[in-house]
Design a binder for this molecule. Structure first.
Ligand code: ATP
Ligand code: MG
Length: 406
């Protein structure tokens, strides 16, 4: 296997890091790429008020899920966070060499790191374990500089060095980015720092109020609520939630509901879905949520209640929007227009392909009640066929509409 190792302080990890990782994974034909945020950086002082190593690790995890490598897999290692003292790369490489003695290791780095590599701790030992892959970081990085350093490392340590020039440069450093983030006015649509970040990483920063962002989370403009919502999700669920947002907005326009409210509800409808059973139950205690016997049995049913509570309490969503989240999984008799819109949007958004949705997609824009009835009928049948927990609210919702439309 070809294994890439990309370490850094990642304070925070930005699109420059991600573009470089993606390109290097392709150029080196990597099977596995490790992103490794350091615990205590050996060569810089993070200063007071800097995010904790856990926050930096959490952001790297979100970035890894959004990386979409052209080949191979991305993984995040917390190796350096568990080691006492400064994080020296030589210790990390020794550990990875022990773990993967037969594989080819590549240490990835930008120009600045490459040019100072001989001054790191134990360059000779490091180069016994890995080859170096250096990528240019800006248009000022000259091939001559690279060449001189490459030849020096080859000559002195017998190093194996590959240098690559990134086809698209993202000229940003974490230092510049932190300054941009701290200049964003809270409550405004200004995302001058955010545009250099993967949306879930940006959302995490806003949510934890890192780098001086200081947003009031209950009054976020849509442009900031969106990344915040994405930071709650597994990477694989992001297209679904963005699809639900757009579909809910289109249905709101069609049926005269408030488009922005529909978007907010859709963005947060799965905001607790990623949580474990224990975390969900902790939220139930925090927000005094009672559970019925079905919800106790089936984790999937729980996230609608906890999601509504979080959306209302933490993100200031209106009762109307929170209620749409509350009922988006099961439905209930006598739903509001927004409740029907979110129920259907979740079902028919473009990335859904679990069954034939053509008729339901058409009907959703033609007759909201009949579409909701069809959606409920399909959902009930599907759960019965699969022998899964069927909440009676769905049956009641279906029968209510059947009676009304008869
Ligand atoms: P800081 O400004 O805090 O030093 P940084 O942006 O340089 O942050 P680091 O965490 O120090 O980020 O860097 C990790 C690695 O990523 C280093 O090898 C660095 O050379 C490389 N790197 C940083 N920014 C970019 C970028 N825009 N494009 C490509 N590589 C980058
Ligand atoms: Mg740096």
């Amino acid at each position: 296997m070809n294994i890439g190792i990309y370490g850094g302080t990642f304070n925070p990890i930005h699109l420059g890091h991600m573009a470089a990782a993606r390109y290097a994974a392709q150029a080196l034909a990597l099977d596995l790429l490790y992103l490794i945020p350091d615990g205590v950086p050996p060569h810089k002082d993070l200063g007071e008020g800097a995010p904790t190593p856990e926050d930096r690790l959490a952001m790297v995890r979100l970035a890894a899920e959004s990386l979409h490598l052209p080949r191979g897999e991305a993984a995040v290692s917390d190796l350096e966070q568990h080691r006492a003292g400064k994080s020296y790369t030589v210790d990390t490489l020794r550990a990875l060499h022990q773990k993967f003695p037969k594989d080819t290791l590549w240490l990835l780095m930008g120009t600045d790191m490459f040019l100072s590599f001989h001054r790191w701790r134990e360059p000779e030992e490091m180069l016994r374990y890995c080859g170096l892959c250096a990528f240019s970081r800006s248009q000022w990085d000259r091939e001559e500089l690279f060449r001189a350093q490459r030849e020096f490392l080859e000559r002195t340590y017998g190093a194996r060095v590959t240098t690559i020039t990134l086809p698209q440069l993202v000229e940003i450093s974490s230092t510049q980015l932190r300054a941009l983030l701290s200049e964003e006015a809270p409550g405004s649509e200004d995302c001058r720092g955010g545009k250099f970040l993967a949306p879930p990483v940006y959302g995490y920063i806003l949510r934890r109020r890192l780098y001086g962002t200081g947003e009031d989370l209950t009054r976020l403009p849509l442009a900031k609520l969106r990344p915040v919502a994405l930071s709650h999700l597994k990477g694989s669920r992001i297209p679904h939630v963005l699809g639900t947002e757009d579909t809910a907005a289109a249905l709101a326009r069609r049926w005269g509901a408030d488009e922005e409210t529909a978007r907010r509800a859709a963005l947060l409808h799965d905001c607790t879905k990623r949580l474990s059973r224990e975390e969900q139950l902790a939220l139930c205690r925090k927000y005094s949520i009672d559970l019925d016997e079905y919800e106790k049995k089936e984790l999937k049913l729980l996230h609608a209640k906890t999601g509504a509570a979080v959306a209302r309490a933490e993100y200031g969503l209106s009762e109307e929007a929170a209620s749409a989240i509350r009922w988006h999984t099961t439905g209930k008799p006598d739903m509001t227009t927004l409740e029907k819109i979110l129920y259907l949007a979740d079902y028919i958004e473009p990335t859904r392909d679990f069954c034939d949705l053509r008729e339901l997609r058409r009907l959703a824009f033609e007759d909201l009640d009949r579409a909701t009835l069809l959606g409920l009928t399909m959902a009930v049948r599907d759960l019965q066929v699969k022998g899964m927990v069927l909440h009676p609210n769905s049956v009641r919702a279906r029968d209510y509409l059947k009676g009304r439309l008869a």
